[in-house]
Design a protein. Sequence first.
Length: 273
Amino acid sequence: MNLRAAATHTGLVFLAETKRLISYRVQFWCELLLSTVVELLVTVAVWTAVFEARGVKQIGNYTLGEMLLYVMLAVFFAQATRGSGTGTFARDIYDGSLTKYLVYPLSVYSYKLGTYLPRTFFAIIGAGLSLLGIALLGDWPDEVTLSLFQMTSGLLALGMATILFFLMLFCLEAFAFWVDHVWALSVILNFTTMLLSGKWIPMDLFPQWLGGMLLYTPFPYLLYFPVSVFLGTSTEAQLGQGFFVLGVWLLVVYVLSRVIYERGLRTYTGVGI
């Protein structure tokens, strides 16, 4: 399947999945909005308390206003990278639904990515509305300015990070070809990502030895890098290096997912469509 056909299939599946999610409005908005609001309130309260307890106006390179803006974007960007439909690929393998991807002219990658992206779309809209609300209320930090280049680059980094996390999940769920339960692997990945991606604490506040080690892993590029690019806190050198490393990890994880998937197909015995 060529790239154009794959993009078309992904787009069609994305539209269908978005309509399906919106049709169950109460469940969808409760899951998306309530979890986001609760997480935002807790994170903001914690960082406000930290600044007040230490009696300082700045921690690292962040004032309280900058830190709150960072964690707000981090929460929405984390929602974006997580996407929707987690676990469905493993279920397809278990119940034999994977057969339809082998019979129909439809790539499992394009279909699953199409079902994964609607939540990303709504999370980005939520981030945009929140930024607009902060600006209209006059609470925007004086130290932070947004440019079109920053926002475009940040959203590009977020898009690449979302696909990277999707492929990482794909790799783990593909182990369903051999084992009966892969749910725990996805939970471990989600928990590790929350700890090491800079969701709760910006990476530049990590101990230097730990931050240096993590730069060679995909985790900082799943969240901290897109947020820092969006806010303009990355230097030109960090910007170029970050996109390069993110691109390398995308290629590596994609190739790994293909290897695992194709090996798994050799053992697949599912039936039905």
